[in-house]
Design a protein around this ligand. Structure first.
Ligand code: C5P
Length: 297
């Protein structure tokens, strides 16, 4: 038996850090939405009890440092499963990019193994397990568009963005989320996003409002570390994106654009400055099982 799951990336429309908690994490408020840039995860029964990981990128770890491996390991422990599995990751989402690629692989592994092993767990239960793997995994289990609070695991669905294009530019280097959060001084944040206003803009399908209220308190921190992020943001603005922001802890910068022809123009302009440039559609509708065209082979 073999199953296949789509693992889409996310972007942050907002990211606010309210305070640092006693457990070392930051109390967050962020609006996240799924985009049409996806890895594909294949899960196959194998003889023996090993978790075997293969991937097409060469950039991600093949062992227990990989979040998909950890997802399979955790699910096996909790459900008392002794079967082995081969996990193949067809990687398209840039690595260490602020797009939750690793978290989405873990989430797709949880969803896929739930089917392969016929565990009958609900998405709520999978999301709860996912929170033990990483703060963005619960959102990725559900996908869609949501307000995320707490470490990122307390989710409330929000209306999806209206159809538009997302241009992504990923600088050469990756970024460590832990390092960025470590450098953040919550008491020195000068500009915070208006999360409420973003949610209202989404509820009203107000594209211009969404562009106006994009905001991420980690952007300043990552830009200090990597000036290239600032340069890319400025380029994206010059080339005419309607709203531009760094996603998550970065370093990927995204621009929202309402027409395909303009998105293509911006992509062509950016190609001179950045090797990894993409134009994709939003995928934020809150119908995870519909958007996730998972199938049993
Ligand atoms: O949860 P996850 O392992 O993805 O988080 C990576 C790192 O990001 C954490 O070790 C922590 O340093 C930081 N983080 C944080 N507050 C959050 C989420 C992550 O400080 N809410």
């Amino acid at each position: 038996m073999e199953v296949s799951e789509k693992a889409p990336a996310k972007i942050n429309l907002t990211l606010d850090a309210l305070h640092k908690r006693e457990d070392g994490y930051h109390e967050l408020e962020m609006v996240m939405t799924t985009i049409d840039l996806s890895d594909r995860i294949e899960l196959a029964d194998i003889d023996g009890d090993d978790i075997v990981l293969e991937n097409t990128s060469g950039l991600i770890p093949q062992d227990e440092r990989n979040l998909a491996y950890r997802a399979a390991d955790l699910l096996r422990q909790r459900m008392g499963i002794t079967r082995g599995v081969k996990i193949t990751i067809h990687k398209r989402i840039p690595v260490a990019a602020g797009l939750a690629g690793g978290s989405s692989d873990a989430a797709a592994t949880l969803r896929g193994l739930n089917r392969l092993w016929q565990l009958g767990l609900s998405l709520e239960e999978l999301a709860e397990l996912g929170a033990e793997i990483g703060s963005d995994v619960p959102f990725c289990v559900w996908s869609g568009t949501a307000l995320a609070k707490g470490r990122g695991e307390i989710l409330t669905p929000v209306a999806p963005p209206p159809p538009c294009w997302v241009v992504l530019a990923k600088p050469q280097h990756g970024v460590s989320t832990a390092e960025v959060f470590q450098a953040l001084r919550v008491d020195r944040i000068e500009r915070r996003p208006n999360t409420e206003a973003m949610i209202q803009a989404l509820e009203q399908g107000d594209y211009r409002g969404i562009c106006r209220h994009l905001g991420n308190v980690l952007e300043e921190v990552t830009m200090q570390m990597y000036p290239e992020v600032k340069r890319l943001k400025e380029k994206m603005q010059q080339f005419g994106a309607d709203g531009v922001l760094m996603s998550g802890s970065g370093p990927t910068v995204f621009g929202l654009v309402d027409r395909e022809s303009r998105a293509r123009r911006i992509v062509n302009g950016l190609r001179g400055f950045c090797r990894q440039v993409y134009a994709v559609r939003m995928l934020g509708s809150n119908q995870p099982l519909l958007l996730d065209k998972s199938r049993t082979i």
